[in-house]
Ligand binder design. Structure first.
Ligand code: NAP
Length: 286
């Protein structure tokens, strides 16, 4: 697409931002749809966030994605934040309106997308979430939306785990959440129907690492859905180990594409080309 005087701007703010894959998939979609937009990386240091957000409005940016470290800090700078983003406690998508910047969180929709095509009775299923960082928040909200009967969160830092569970206290899913230390995994896995890795363990370049040790892997039931949010490598060691034990395995690429597609649809108000976005990422990552 040729950039002209009429080209509209989209982008992603973060710091650092050079690792972001969002420009690759969004510009591929924009090209495919023949839209006069361009999506650019915007490195913004934490101290400059408020100035930058006002400046992005001043230059007429239509919308932007938000990544680390701004996903929470941006919230008070917006005129409206969706109830979903408030529940997750993070905004990853912002768009301009007559009243100012509005924000939401499309990570939950991205996380749920590959699960929606599974024929499962989620309401009788226990979910087990490894890790309690930023991505785990979208996963908890997603498991809540699926209706999972129990949502177990396993982490390595008791204080962070407690703060994590406390932050959901005022939400309707609070009574379904429980926290556990890492050593209890072998006891929790036999009753889990869905296991989600939200830790970076196994992500390139540490491709020989897995969040489940041999004892835990032996406790995994065949037919369990094992979902690793990591998208490099594909598959991770965890997913290879889980597939060997008869699990249904999902990697993080669909989530990445679907959260991006959900954001693009907010900005351009038409369906996003999921396959084109996924293919652009695969080509780039290869
Ligand atoms: P984050 O906020 O830093 O959280 C990482 C979590 O993993 C923390 O709870 C951390 O525990 C835990 N952890 C880190 N190393 C660990 C280890 N060796 N053993 C056990 N736990 C460990 O990161 P994030 O933003 O949630 O991202 C996490 C992963 O999800 C990354 O691999 C990222 O690429 C992936 N992700 C994928 C998508 C997607 O679209 N597919 C979206 C978002 C994130 P402590 O709190 O104790 O440090």
């Amino acid at each position: 697409m040729m950039i002209t005087g009429k080209t509209s701007l989209l982008g992603v703010i973060g710091y650092p931002i050079s690792h972001s894959l969002s420009p690759v998939m969004h510009n591929a979609a924009i090209d495919y749809l023949g839209l006069n937009y361009v999506y650019v990386p915007l490195p913004i240091k934490p101290d400059h966030l408020a100035t930058a957000v006002a400046g992005l409005a001043a230059i007429g940016l239509r919308g932007f994605n938000v990544t680390i470290p701004h996903k929470q800090a941006i919230m008070p700078l917006l005129t409206a934040v969706s109830p979903l983003a408030q529940a997750v406690g993070a905004v990853n998508t912002v768009w301009w309106t007559d009243t100012g910047w509005h924000g939401t969180n499309t990570d939950v929709a991205g996380f749920l997308s590959p699960l929606r095509s599974q024929e499962q009775d989620w309401t009788t299923m226990d979910a087990l979430i490894l890790g309690n960082g930023g991505a785990a928040r979208a996963v908890v909200a997603g498991c809540g939306e699926l209706g999972c009967s129990r949502i177990h969160i396993v982490g390595r830092d008791p204080q962070k785990l407690q703060a994590f569970v406390d932050s959901w206290a005022a939400t309707p899913i609070a009574d379904r959440l429980s926290i556990h230390p890492w050593e209890t995994l072998p006891g929790l896995l036999p009753t889990a129907g869905l296991v989600v890795n939200t830790t970076p363990v196994g992500m390139a370049p540490q491709v020989d690492a897995s969040p489940l040790d041999a004892l835990a892997l032996d406790a995994l039931r065949p037919g369990t859905i094992v979902y690793d949010l990591i998208y490099t490598p594909r598959p991770t060691l965890l997913l290879r180990q889980a597939a060997d034990r008869g699990a249904i395995v999902l990697d993080g690429l669909d989530m990445l594409v679907c959260q991006g597609a959900a954001a693009l649809e907010i900005w351009i108000q038409q369906p996003a080309p999921l396959e084109i976005m996924g293919q652009a990422l695969l080509t780039y990552l290869a």
